[in-house]
Design a protein around this ligand. Structure first.
Ligand code: ZN
Length: 193
């Protein structure tokens, strides 16, 4: 499983977003994750039907939490801290690191904004709906925090990630660990190369 730097493109016109001037509306694909669209092309995407015996319904809908991506930044050497599989947890290895494809500053339905890591598996690069936000619903299989790949993990981070994994496995709510300082991603300087 390999990941590479993502470039967000509009699902309708296939042009990359110019985040200094425009934002990317978040769409949820009926079967495969997320995609993004210019607001001027949003109604076109929402009209598409996913023709499949299992679905045969609109291919894209709005996400119940995320409205739009306001800005993006490269995420080289950043990883999502993901809960390990139960058998790995049993051997004392509670999490794994999954490389991010991109940082996305997301605006939510309640008007709040925060930075989320976005991934896309390379096999999906040419396909619609291949992008995934790993935060999902804060469940036992969802990201518990973010970390630099090539730095030593800090103990405060590890303690929080473990607490999140064990609590969520017991069905309790536990927020994303935000102890690591994430890249500053305001509307001003975007470190895009
Ligand atoms: Zn477009």
């Amino acid at each position: 499983m390999t990941f590479s730097q993502l470039q967000l493109r509009c699902i309708v016109c296939h042009e990359p977003f110019d985040f200094g001037r425009e934002t990317a509306v978040v769409l949820r694909h009926i079967a495969y994750g997320f995609d993004f669209v210019h607001s001027r092309h949003e109604s076109t995407a929402l009209d598409w039907i996913f023709v499949d015996p299992q679905y045969d319904r609109p291919e894209f809908t709005h996400d119940e939490r995320r409205v739009r991506v306001l800005a993006v930044a490269p995420a080289a050497n950043w990883a999502a801290v993901m809960p390990a599989r139960p058998e790995q947890i049993a051997t004392g290895n509670p999490f794994t690191l999954q490389p991010l494809g991109l940082w996305a500053l997301v605006e939510y339905c309640d008007g709040s904004q925060h930075l989320e890591g976005l991934v896309r598996e390379s096999e999906w690069e040419a396909e619609p709906g291949g992008a995934e936000f790993l935060e999902r619903n804060g469940g036992p299989r969802d990201v518990v925090g973010y970390s630099q790949m090539e730095e030593h993990l800090d103990y405060a981070g590890i303690a929080c990630w473990q607490a999140a994994i064990y609590a969520r496995n017991r069905g309790e709510r536990f927020p994303l660990c935000r102890n690591v300082s994430l890249p500053e991603l305001g509307s001003a300087a975007l470190p895009l190369d």
